[in-house]
Design a protein around this ligand. Structure first.
Ligand SMILES: [Zn+2]
Length: 502
């Protein structure tokens, strides 16, 4: 892990909103710690490059106060709350240097690096994958009055360019940098333009679309004045990709680590990213859930089943029941399935996952393979208070597909001769790799077929039934077969044995 922390010289102008505008030569540039192996759902292939950490860069708020003045302003008043429209640009484009103006494709990032222009190629995401990114970013901002769109809006808007290019190729940045954006000086940077470099997140272990989604949310939040902070569960942290990351309602020290502190843009000793977003852009009036900033009591959530450590058949549906309640209403409840790194809403939006709501209970059904699976649930209330359950790990067994059962007939002896009215025994050994569900004898005579269910004897795996030949039976040959069905529905049928009734 490298750390290139440059001293932060704070200069601000006479404009009260301009509280912390670092000079262009004094931005911070700190690498993210390498991803923890445990944070990845799948181990990387052997030939994968070692994750070297992802970082991002903020550039000074381009229009906040006069940079010609070295007068320090102690006033740290936030700008009035105003909604923001954010354009998620997957189409790329050519941008020129200047004070941010998304509609004119002017970016202060270019000015910062002394580049006259830069051309960003389009995103590599398409179709459902692009939609997944869009949905994910919308979910991150669901509680705030930020409209996320992927069509270039009319009027004033901010823009995050998701480009399928490394920062090195279009801006001369380090390839460890996942995104870059202007940092609002305790205010929303108007018409801001930021960039997210998709190839950084396409590498195994970097989260893919989910990682890019977090980067978009992170960069956009920089333009909305949020500093880095040290709370790992917060989107403004540098902790590894995690679908449960959100803007947390908690006070956290600013900077990406205790070793690399940063000033919080609004001048307080700590940052509460949720509250700061509410003060910058306001709460979304109708977000499909409750919004109640006065609510400070967190919701209650628990995994009802399965229990931690439980085993269940693999290659089958797993059912997870979660109960969640809040005294003023829930804004969101998610099941975080770690293998796929997805935070599943109860909305059937993910193929292979269904969910039903009944009262306080949400029940997800997920088709899963075999092996260990871990998950947890979290609930968010209208005040942004979040409660997560402990991690639950279950074991999905039965890696091999269910094999058919086997059967070996023991009685009657082949070509046995029976008198009318005599007793007859059917007996067979039956076995299965999982469980035998049914064993029965099939008696075929001129008039049809009769079946005799057989019960397991005191000898495990040996099944038996006894009946007798009718006293009025006609003389002739009968056949006997033993049929075995296992718990997976696989059936085995023995060879025929012949019995003569005389
Ligand atoms: Zn950042």
């Amino acid at each position: 892990m490298r750390s290139r922390s440059l001293s932060a010289v704070l200069i601000s102008g006479l404009v009260v909103a301009a509280c912390t505008a670092p000079t262009p030569s004094s931005f911070e540039w700190i690498d993210e710690p390498a991803l923890e192996a445990s944070a990845r759902d799948e181990p990387p292939p052997d030939d994968e490059l070692e994750p070297s950490g992802v970082t991002d860069v903020t550039v000074p708020d381009p229009s906040a106060g006069g940079s010609s003045s070295s007068e320090r302003s102690m006033a740290r008043e936030a700008a009035p709350t105003a909604p923001v429209v954010a354009f998620l640009n997957g189409g790329g484009g050519t941008y020129t240097a200047g004070v941010d103006d998304a509609a004119r494709r002017v970016s202060s990032v270019l000015s910062f690096y002394g580049r006259r222009s830069a051309t960003a190629p389009p995103t590599g995401y398409a179709g459902a994958t692009w939609q997944e990114l869009l949905d994910c970013v919308r979910e991150k901002f669901a509680r705030y009055d930020v409209t996320i769109t992927d069509r270039r809006p009319v009027g004033a808007y901010s823009e995050i360019v998701v480009t399928n290019a490394w920062g090195s190729s279009i801006l001369g940045l380090s390839n460890a940098i996942g995104g870059i954006a202007p940092l609002g000086a305790c205010r929303v940077v108007p018409q801001a333009v930021g960039f997210v470099f998709q190839p950084v997140y396409d590498r195994p272990g970097y989260g893919g679309v989910a990682g890019a989604c977090e980067a978009v949310a992170h960069e956009l939040a920089h333009t909305l004045s949020l500093s880095h902070e040290q709370l790992a569960a917060d989107l403004m942290s540098y902790s590894p990709a995690n679908p449960a990351k959100r803007f947390q309602d908690a006070n956290a020290a600013c900077g990406v680590s205790a070793q690399a502190p940063e000033a919080c843009t609004c001048g307080a000793a700590t940052q509460n990213s949720h509250r700061q977003l509410l003060s910058m852009v306001g709460a979304r009036a109708a977000n499909g859930g409750a919004t109640n900033p006065a609510d400070t009591t967190p919701p209650v959530v628990r995994v009802v089943s399965p229990a931690n450590g439980a085993s269940a058949p693999g290659n089958a549906n797993v059912t997870v029941a979660v109960d969640a309640t809040d005294e003023t209403g829930l804004a969101d409840v998610r099941l975080v399935w770690q293998q796929t790194q997805r935070a599943l809403a109860c909305d059937d939006s993910v193929q292979g996952v269904t969910c039903v709501v009944s009262g306080d209970r949400r029940t997800w059904t997920i088709f899963a393979g075999t092996g260990a699976r871990s998950f947890y649930a979290y609930a968010v209330d209208g005040g942004g208070n979040t409660t997560s359950t402990p991690l639950v790990t279950i074991s999905l067994t039965g890696a091999a597909p269910d094999a058919p059962p086997t059967v070996a007939v023991q009685l009657p002896a082949d070509r046995a001769v029976l008198a009318r009215g005599a007793a007859i025994d059917f007996q067979a050994a039956a076995a299965d790799d999982r469980a035998v569900a049914d064993v029965r004898a099939i008696w075929t005579f001129a008039g049809g077929t009769l079946e005799y269910p057989m019960a397991q004897t005191t000898t495990p795996g040996v099944y038996r039934a006894t009946t007798s030949v009718s006293a009025t039976a006609t003389a002739g040959w009968r056949s006997v077969e033993i049929a075995v069905v296992d718990d997976g529905g696989n059936r085995a049928l023995s060879p025929k044995r012949w019995v003569y009734v005389q």
